[in-house]
Each structure stands twice: as structure tokens, then as C-alpha cells.
Ligand binder design. Structure first.
Ligand SMILES: O=P(O)(O)OC[C@H]1O[C@H](O[C@H]2O[C@H](CO)[C@@H](O)[C@H](O)[C@H]2O)[C@H](O)[C@@H](O)[C@@H]1O
Length: 359
């Protein structure tokens, strides 16, 4: 696919940004990448946006429209759910500390987890994302999958009641991350709107509230700190620079680890569904695509290069999709209940959900 948006050095956008080497060129690449995360030419040319969206949607159709195809593709295997947090379960907001999920979304995820083992996979620190979601029956993989913990209670999917899954492959980086956090706080203090977030095993430098003309200056400040830490790498999310250890661990590896933790020795035994909106979610989409197992769903309103197979536009559509999974799973149970009641001579009045499910 070719478009103004797509031609902005896609490879550079999807891969990690280089920290070392010739500085001016490097900073320009960073700033190009920062700009590309908000493609303004779409705003000035809405019909171009529509055309791109249409052709992109042919390749990445709505997971809601393709619901039957998705459930058929699971071929009766147990579905395991992986959900990113920001931009997937909660809408993107200016203040990262106020990215709350709605009560309706929480209730939907709670119901989902009754039927499918469910994990939250986030760039945030695990405790922070837990405080937003507040469902102890889920698995949580914080710090882009570098901090994984199993359900604390209430999950029928917990591998062993006495043993909680724990995986922290970047422990040795903790002192370095703290040091860089302090240095970045100090360096970026004079840039209005910049915010540094400590995500325990990784860091985020937010520029959503920084004026665009200051992005280059901010990138230089971040680079001036990171150049002394070749053990760290930089990637970009939604108006955020993500700093992580250079270990071979990401959301894709976390997904594989979690499938195994659930007791499935063979990946082929399950049907993982991963829903996410960010570039760091691409690592998980890639694992699923390369293995030819499960499906990836990208949450996006605009065309993006992705390894996901399907799309949803925003968190409200994610909620609808999760609810449909719950309804689909409940259908045989409800059918049995209806038959039993009919045999008992009770007249059944179909609920709106029954009508949707039963077509
Ligand atoms: O993997 P995720 O759960 O999607 O986390 C990725 C980053 O999400 C958060 O930042 C994003 O959401 C903020 C709140 O809506 C928004 O202000 C920011 O611009 C987005 O990039 C989070 O604050 C980061 O720490 C995560 O790494």
C-alpha cells in the first residue's frame, strides 16, 4: 500500500530508534517518527483519509463484522485473551495518571475472564495497571511484558493454587532504570508538558502535551541521557518515547510465556486472541502471525502498518467484541436452560442478548 502516511520511512517507525551515532541525523529520525504518530495531512484531506481507510479495512476487516469467522477459526480450541490497556481498554487521554477504564468495560472484562483465561499486557508498571483494572482474577504482564504475575484469587485458570506465576527477566536493570529516570526527570524539567513515567523495568517520556516545535529539543535531551546507556533501547508509542533494556523480551515473548504458564505445552492447543493499539503490541501480533496461531486485532481509526489480521476502531468497539465473545460462550448454556424451562412448561421471553445471539 502506498500513501503519504505509509511512505514516511516505515521501517524506522516500526523498529527501535537508534540511540548512538551521528546526532543530528539521529534526532531528525526521532522527530520524524514522533510526527508520524500524528499524521496531520489526513486532517487537511479527509477524502484521502477515507480512501486509505477503505483499502486498509479490506486487509484488516473489523473483528466485529468477522466475528463468526474468528470463532470458527478457533476450531473448538480454548480461547486465551490478551488485552493491552491504554488505547484498548481505556481511551487515550492527556494525563497518563487519569487513563481510567469505564465501569462497563471492567464488568465486561470480568465476565470475559469467567469464560476465557485473560491477561492484561501493558507498557505500564504492573501495580499501576492493576490499580486501573482492579480484577484479581486476571494475569498481568506489566513493563511491556517484563513483569508477569498470575491471578491473586478467583481464577479457575490459575495453574496451581499455591504457586503464582512470576517472570521478571529484567531484574538486573532496576538500578539503571531508576538512575536514568532521575536523570530524565532533571533534564526534561524545563520542557513544558513533558512527563517522565517510571514503569519499573522501563520508562516512558511523554510528549503528548509538548508543543511540536519543542519535540526536537526534547528528543535531544532524551538522547543526551541515553547515550551513556547502550544497554537501553528506545522505541516509540503513541506520543511517547519508550525506554527499555536491550534484552530479548517483549510483549510477544510474554504472550508465549503466559500460554505455557496456563499449562499448555503446545501452543497449537490454544487459540490466543491479542488486542492492542500500539507499536509495542506488534511484537505479539508478529508471534501469532509467524506461528499461524490465533489472531491479532489492532485498535486504530487510521490505517497503520501492522501484523494484526483484524481491526477495531476504539475501546468502545473492543468492549462490544468482548461482550460478543461472552454471549457466544454463554449461548449453549442459555439454550440448555431454555430447553429445560420449556420442558418444565415455563414460557420463555427472549432477552435482547438472546435475540442478538440467536440472530
Ligand atoms: O501497553 P499499553 O498499556 O498501551 O501502555 C503503553 C503506554 O501507555 C500509556 O501512555 C499512553 O496512554 C496515555 C493515557 O491515555 C497517553 O497520555 C499517552 O500519550 C499514551 O502514550 C502509559 O502512560 C505509558 O507508560 C505506557 O507505556
Amino acid at each position: 500500500m502506498t500513501s503519504g502516511y505509509m511512505t514516511i520511512s516505515r521501517k524506522k517507525l516500526l523498529h527501535n530508534l537508534d540511540i548512538n551515532g551521528g546526532s543530528t541525523e539521529r534526532i531528525n529520525t526521532w522527530v520524524d517518527s514522533m510526527r508520524a504518530s500524528s499524521p496531520t495531512h489526513y486532517k487537511s484531506n479527509p477524502s484521502l483519509a477515507q480512501d486509505h481507510l477503505k483499502s486498509w479495512m479490506l486487509q484488516h476487516p473489523s473483528a466485529l463484522d468477522m466475528f463468526e469467522q474468528i470463532t470458527k477459526a478457533s476450531k473448538g480450541k480454548p480461547i486465551v485473551m490478551f488485552l493491552d490497556y491504554d488505547g484498548t481498554l481505556s481511551p487515550i487521554v492527556n494525563d497518563p495518571d487519569r487513563a481510567f477504564m469505564s465501569d462497563d468495560m471492567r464488568e465486561t472484562v470480568r465476565k470475559l475472564a469467567r469464560y476465557f483465561p485473560t491477561a492484561i499486557v501493558s507498557g505500564r508498571c504492573r501495580d499501576k495497571v492493576y490499580n486501573f483494572v482492579r480484577l484479581p482474577e486476571l494475569y498481568y504482564a506489566g513493563s511491556h511484558g517484563m513483569d508477569i504475575k498470575g491471578p491473586s484469587k478467583g481464577s479457575q485458570y490459575k495453574k496451581n493454587a499455591h504457586e503464582s506465576v512470576l517472570c521478571q527477566p529484567a531484574c538486573e536493570f532496576l538500578p539503571m532504570i531508576d538512575e536514568v529516570y532521575t536523570a530524565l526527570l532533571e533534564k526534561t524539567r524545563s520542557t513544558p508538558g513533558a512527563k517522565v513515567e517510571n514503569n519499573k523495568f522501563c520508562l516512558s517520556v511523554h510528549f503528548r502535551c509538548v508543543e511540536e516545535k519543542k519535540w526536537s529539543e526534547l528528543a535531544q535531551k532524551v538522547r543526551s541521557v541515553l547515550k551513556d546507556y547502550p544497554e537501553l533501547k528506545l522505541a516509540q508509542g503513541r506520543k511517547v518515547l519508550e525506554i527499555r533494556p536491550t534484552i530479548k523480551w517483549d510483549k510477544g515473548k510474554a504472550l508465549e510465556f503466559l500460554v505455557e504458564s496456563l499449562g499448555y505445552t503446545n501452543f497449537d492447543e490454544v487459540f490466543p486472541v491479542y488486542i492492542g493499539d500500539d507499536r509495542t503490541d506488534e511484537d505479539a501480533f508478529k508471534v501469532l502471525r509467524e506461528r499461524g496461531q490465533g489472531i491479532g486485532i489492532l485498535v486504530s481509526k487510521i490505517p497503520k502498518e501492522t501484523n494484526a489480521s483484524y481491526s477495531l476502531q476504539e475501546p468502545s468497539e473492543v468492549m462490544k467484541f468482548l461482550q460478543r465473545l461472552v454471549d457466544w460462550k454463554q449461548l449453549p448454556i442459555r439454550r440448555q436452560f431454555r430447553i429445560k424451562r420449556r420442558l418444565e412448561g415455563v414460557k420463555i421471553i427472549p432477552t435482547p442478548t438472546d435475540q442478538i445471539c440467536l440472530g
